[in-house]
Ligand binder design. Structure first.
Ligand SMILES: Cc1ncc(COP(=O)(O)O)c(C=O)c1O
Length: 398
C-alpha cells in the first residue's frame, strides 16, 4: 500500500460534548450578521462540480470557494474579525449585535475603547485576516510567522499596516512568543486561532466567526450534504464546520472527514492513539500545506471533532498538489477553482480515496458511492502565487 493517504476511522470514547453548543445556529447567525455589516461582505460561491462528481462516481461535489472572501484570498478573516469585535464588545460590556462595522469605525468606539494591539502567530492567512480587520477598524496589529514562511505572505501582512516578522521558530513556538510579547504591551491582546488550557474564549469566537462560511454553504447546498471533507491545522476550522453541521442535522448528521498534512497530523495521531486524548506532533512540520502545518490541536476543537468526525486522514503533499491541478483544470463544463495548497487538501483526500484502488475498503466504509453528495471547502486561493504556479504549471509535488 502506498502512503499517499493514511486514515483512521473514529473509534474514540466520546465526551459529554459541552463544546458543541459553541456552534449553535443562534451563535453562527450572530457571527454572520456581524460579517454582513462590512461593506466588503459578499457570499463566496459554492461551485457545483457536476462533471467531476460524475467522473468520480458520486452524486454531487460542491466546493465553497473562499478565494473570493473579502478580497483576501482565504476564509481566515472571518474568525479574526469576529474575535476582535467580540473582544471589544466584551470590554465595553455591549451586546455584540450592536458592535458592528459602523460602531467599530465610529468616534464613539474610539473614545470608549481606544486602541489595542492585537498579537498573533500565523502561517499567513490568519495574520493577514487579523491585520486587515485591525486596519479596517483603526486598531494595531503585531504578527509572528514561523520559519519557512514565504516573503510574499509576509509582505501581504505588512501591506495591511501590521508589524510582521518571520521567526526562527515553528508555528507552535510562535504562538507562545505572541503570548509573551502581548503581555509586555499595554492593551496587548492575543488573538490566536487555537485554544489551550486557560485560553479558550477568543479561539471559540474565532470558530464561531468561521461559522459564517458553514451557514452560507449550507444555504447554497440546497439539501443536506451526505459527506463533508474539511482540512485541519489546529482543528478550529474543522470543528467550526463539523460543529455547525452536527448541530443543524442533529439526528442524522453528514459523514464528516477531517484531513491533515502528514507532516503535522496531530488530530490523526490522536485518533490512532484512541484514548480520546489529544496528541502533539513536533519538529519543523515541513509541508507545502502551510496553513495546515500545526502540530498542537485546539483543545476546544478536539472535543467537538472526537465526538462527531467519522474518519481522520493524514495526507501527503503530492495529493494536495494533484488536487490543486484537478480543481484548476476540472472536467470540461465545470468551473475551474484556484485553490491553494491548504485549500485543496480536502478535495485531495476525496479524489485519492476514489481514484486509488487500495482505498476501496475506506470508500465502502464511508459510503462514498453514487448517492454521495459531498461538500468541500477550498479555504484559500493562490495565497502565494509563485508557489501556486510552481505546483500547478510546473508540476512541483512537495
Ligand atoms: C487556507 C487554510 N485552510 C485551512 C486552515 C486550517 O485551519 P485550522 O488551523 O483552524 O485547522 C488554515 C489555517 O491557517 C488555512 O490557512
Amino acid at each position: 500500500m502506498s502512503n499517499i493517504l493514511c486514515y483512521k476511522l473514529n473509534t474514540m470514547p466520546k465526551s459529554d460534548d459541552r463544546n458543541l453548543s459553541l456552534m449553535s445556529m443562534a451563535e453562527v447567525q450572530q457571527a454572520r450578521r456581524f460579517h454582513e455589516s462590512f461593506p466588503q461582505y459578499k457570499k463566496t460561491p459554492l461551485v457545483d462540480l457536476k462533471h467531476m462528481a460524475n467522473y468520480l462516481g458520486l452524486s454531487a461535489v460542491k466546493v465553497k470557494d473562499e478565494s473570493y472572501r473579502f478580497g483576501l484570498n482565504a476564509f481566515k478573516v472571518l474568525g479574526g474579525s469576529y474575535a476582535i469585535a467580540r473582544y471589544i464588545a466584551d470590554e465595553l460590556q455591549k451586546d455584540i449585535n450592536t458592535v458592528d462595522y459602523t460602531f467599530l469605525t465610529s468616534n464613539t468606539c474610539k473614545q470608549e475603547f481606544g486602541q489595542a494591539t492585537f498579537f498573533s502567530a500565523t502561517d499567513g492567512n490568519h495574520g493577514r485576516g487579523i491585520a486587515w480587520a485591525a486596519n479596517q477598524l483603526g486598531q494595531k496589529c503585531v504578527i509572528f510567522m514561523p520559519k519557512g514562511s514565504t516573503q510574499t505572505r509576509l509582505e501581504n501582512i505588512r501591506k495591511e499596516g501590521a508589524t510582521a516578522t518571520i521567526e526562527d521558530l515553528n508555528y507552535d513556538d510562535c504562538v507562545r512568543m505572541a503570548a509573551q510579547e502581548a503581555a509586555k504591551v499595554p492593551h496587548g491582546v492575543v488573538v490566536q486561532d487555537t485554544a489551550w488550557e486557560g485560553y479558550e474564549k477568543i479561539p471559540a469566537w474565532i470558530m464561531q466567526g468561521y461559522g459564517t462560511m458553514a451557514l452560507e454553504a449550507d444555504e447554497d447546498f440546497g439539501e443536506k450534504p451526505t459527506h463533508i471533507f474539511v482540512q485541519a491545522g489546529v482543528g478550529s476550522l474543522a470543528a467550526g464546520m463539523v460543529g455547525y453541521f452536527a448541530n443543524k442535522y442533529n439526528d442524522n448528521p453528514p459523514i464528516m472527514v477531517v484531513v491533515e498534512a502528514a507532516a503535522a497530523d496531530c488530530l490523526y495521531q490522536g485518533a490512532v492513539a484512541n484514548d480520546g486524548q489529544p496528541r502533539i506532533v513536533g519538529g519543523d512540520l515541513r509541508t507545502i500545506m502551510a496553513g495546515l502545518a500545526c502540530g498542537e490541536p485546539n483543545i476546544t476543537a478536539w472535543d467537538i471533532l472526537k465526538n462527531h468526525v467519522s474518519c481522520f486522514v493524514s495526507l501527503q503533499d503530492e495529493a494536495a498538489a494533484m488536487a490543486m491541478r484537478m480543481l484548476a483544470a476540472p472536467i470540461k463544463g465545470d468551473t475551474p477553482i484556484v485553490s491553494g495548497e491548504s485549500g485543496a487538501a480536502g478535495f485531495g483526500a476525496l479524489a485519492t480515496i476514489i481514484l486509488h484502488e487500495e482505498y476501496k475498503a475506506l470508500r465502502q466504509a464511508l459510503h462514498l458511492d453514487q448517492n454521495a453528495k459531498v461538500l468541500l471547502f477550498s479555504t484559500e486561493g493562490n495565497t502565494d502565487p509563485d508557489v501556486y504556479r510552481k505546483i500547478v504549471w510546473e508540476g512541483l509535488n512537495h
